[in-house]
Design a protein around this ligand. Structure first.
Ligand SMILES: [Zn+2]
Length: 112
């Protein structure tokens, strides 16, 4: 069964759905705010990884390659991993920064 990833166009949160049938797909709503306006993200269930496993697999001792950043989900991963290795817990603040970097909002702030 395929797992699809979506981003909510209202709250910008990303989440995955296990699609059981077509009917369910039509009625998809954001898990966080119940909004219907969703963007389907590129995903493949065969390579589906949670962020936790991406961080675990990831070697932060080397600088990330250019390809790495072509997957927007990887933005911020390197920093997170480094922080984790150093025993620094930035908690939700870090998630917030990473989320801004991924959605391009961080640029909006610089442009103000
Ligand atoms: Zn939402």
């Amino acid at each position: 069964m395929p797992i699809y990833e979506y981003r909510c166009n209202r709250c910008n949160k990303e989440f995955s759905y296990l699609i059981l049938n077509q009917k369910e797909m039509v009625e998809l709503r954001c898990k966080f705010c119940n909004h219907k306006d969703l963007t389907k993200l590129l995903s493949s269930f065969s390579v589906h990884q949670t962020e936790a496993s991406r961080i675990a697999d990831f070697d932060a001792s080397k600088p990330p390659s250019e390809d790495f950043y072509k997957d927007s989900r990887n933005i911020g991963l390197w920093a997170k991993k480094r922080m984790k290795d150093l025993g620094v817990d930035l908690g939700s603040k870090m998630d917030e920064i990473v989320e801004k970097g991924r959605t391009g909002k961080i640029l909006d702030e610089y442009n103000k």
